[in-house]
Design a protein around this ligand. Structure first.
Ligand SMILES: [Cu+2]
Length: 265
């Protein structure tokens, strides 16, 4: 009995340590290109470790049982009559409850750290006071009193494209250009059906809902061109509803802005 418990403890420990090692050495996610990304990746890693432990543990046990308890030659009777096991039932109720509770609280904390729990109604560059923002990731409080550092951009989603409007320069473009290390605040509206603005490299996604403006703020931290993908089945060409976001050095961005802004004649 003691020997068996010891074996189980060793296997469990190996499983946990092995899963942590695998999760730390495997790179399944796209580039990490925004301030939000490392926070999200932390959650992904924890979920991956829990998933790996459960997957290997459960499949290991199934395969072990298939071999250990297989029918031997000459065995034709029914199996032994088993009914109820209070210890086991408490065990498989309490452990999953703790795991689910932990994942729920931890996810909430991650969403909060990404700015998801902040009030959406506070005044920033884009709200004109009367229009309600329904959902989204709000601009951070740290830059709220210093709105110059935020860059407001209006996003319009329609079947099947994203359009970006820069209120300051009266620019309308299908390719989003943003300066690196500056907080971008997207105010998003849909012309027709529900779309979703998703940038995998930034680890952010937000629905764009007709009649209900949403907001999404992020700070790009890596130069490059990243995909914007519509993540809400919005019609026959939903799969083609893609755009790009170009993260540039502030000087390069200024150049692009100057070249594209409307000049008063
Ligand atoms: Cu769409």
């Amino acid at each position: 009995m003691i020997k068996r418990n010891f074996t189980i403890a060793i296997i469990t420990l190996t499983l946990v340590i092995g899963s942590i090692l695998v999760a730390n050495n495997i790179d399944l996610l796209p580039e990490t290109a925004s301030l939000n990304a490392p926070i999200y990746d932390e959650l992904f890693k924890v979920l991956f470790i829990i998933g790996l432990i459960l997957f290997l543990g459960i499949f290991g046990l199934i395969i072990f049982s298939l071999i250990k308890f297989r029918r031997r030659p000459g065995q034709y009777g029914d199996g032994i009559d088993l009914e109820g096991n209070i210890t086991l039932e408490i065990f498989w109720t309490v452990i999953p409850s703790i795991i689910i509770l932990f994942i729920g609280l931890y996810s909430y904390d991650i969403y909060d750290r990404m700015g998801g729990m902040q009030s959406l109604s506070h005044d920033h560059h884009m709200s004109n006071g009367s229009e309600k923002i329904w959902a989204g990731i709000s601009p951070s409080n740290s830059t709220i009193n210093n709105s110059i550092s935020q860059l407001p951009i209006e996003v319009t989603a329609l079947q099947f494209a994203f359009l970006f409007d820069y209120p300051e320069g009266d620019i309308t473009t299908g390719e989003l250009h943003v300066p690196i290390n500056r907080e971008i605040v997207l105010r998003m509206q849909s012309k027709d059906v529900i779309h979703a603005f998703w940038v995998p490299a930034f680890r952010i996604k937000q629905d764009i809902i007709p009649g209900q403006p949403t907001v999404l703020s992020f700070t790009p931290t890596k130069l490059g061109t990243y995909s914007i993908i519509c993540a809400e089945l919005c019609g026959p060409y939903h799969g083609g509803m893609r755009a790009s976001v170009v993260v540039q050095e502030p000087k390069e961005y200024e150049k692009w802005f100057e070249n594209n802004k409307k000049v008063d004649l």
